[in-house]
Design a protein around this ligand. Sequence first.
Ligand code: SF4
Length: 438
Amino acid sequence: MQKFYKIVTFGCQMNVHESEKLAGVLESMGYRATEDETQADVVVFNTCCVREAAEQKAMGNIGALKPLKKKKKDMIIAVCGCMTQEKKRAEEIYKKFPFVNIILGTHNTYKFKEYLEQVLATKKRVYQVVPEEPCLPVEVESYRTSGYNAWVNIMYGCNNFCTYCIVPYVRGREKSRPMEDIVAECKKLIADGYKEITLLGQNVNSYGNTFNNGKNNFAELLRQIDALDGNFNLKFLTSHPKDLSEEVVKVIAESKHISHMIHLPVQCGSDRILKLMNRNYTVEHYIKTIEMIRKYIPDVNLSTDIIVGFPTETEEDFEMTLDLMKKVQYNTAFCFIYSKRTGTPAEKMDGQVPLATKRERVNRLLALQREIEKNIFNRFLGQTIKVLMTSRKEGKVLGKTDCGINVIIEGVKEFKVDFVTVKIKDIKNTKLIGEIVE
Ligand code: SF4
């Protein structure tokens, strides 16, 4: 009889791709995906611990399965990801939810098949939260669910220890995959018809630092993938402002396939707060980096992350962030209210900012960003740009620019996922409206 699985994913693109690998394992064992948990024989929660809210939501979702598990005693429930790598949380899940069959951390997710087989054979619970190992995790075949885009891990972990961030504690130190493996994976993805490849790492600019060969390995990796035959866009996430080099920016500028989209999280516009965050750059350095990028890539699409209300942030510090946003003119800004993460240095800092102040500040920031985006969008009017047709809904063909802006495309005779040239004639909210140019 056909068996089914459901994977519930929380958090970032890293986790989305990790879930594709878990799906790959389950598919290879004969299971098929379902959205209906009452049909599922295996339910996996791939968790995130970057924000308290994500943890609470995951705990709530796991608890909500208790009545179903009572009825479906053979259903297997697994919890993995960043939240279970935190020892305290993993133990809490183990005690609070005795109906959870498998609990595993981030460093041994690739052994999921072994643990699942163990539970199926013995019916005994598996609790495997192991410390970090010096080697790379084994790459398992992914069952890709992200349509025309394929995620590719180039490295794991992070060495930066920003004081608000839990990632280095749950993902371990930086480890880079061999360049030839990544290039071979990309070559196969292009041959399989993927039109967009997104390289993933917590700090892609330090890719290959552990190779100790004195080279800018990320620049070289981009060059080698860009040189592959095919019609595709190449993107990457995430860059750190202290590490993004001129060499990498030049490679992007001279490339055929690399998107002119750079995500460069600034987090704050005050040097004092940046120091408390342990970000290791100043606002001056950041602005110089932006100027350097714009020198080589005048049409760059810049996005950023900003944290509002970091401990001790004053109105003056916050206004420096507003000033920085006005100077840079980001295409997109992801603005977050600071929330305490247990186990990080910032959790214990004095001067926590009241929630009402944080909310008021983030609203001001968002209002400013909306204004900036409106002005930037207006510049697209009349431009002719390359767009990837991605889907057709209710008779409308939708697409994305190489920088991820949504486009409604008119005049399409035959829809297929492919690149087309489009002239932009109108703007509606956050979408461009354009017509195919033959
Ligand atoms: S660079 Fe900083 S924010 Fe990003 S994952 Fe590493 S520690 Fe966290």
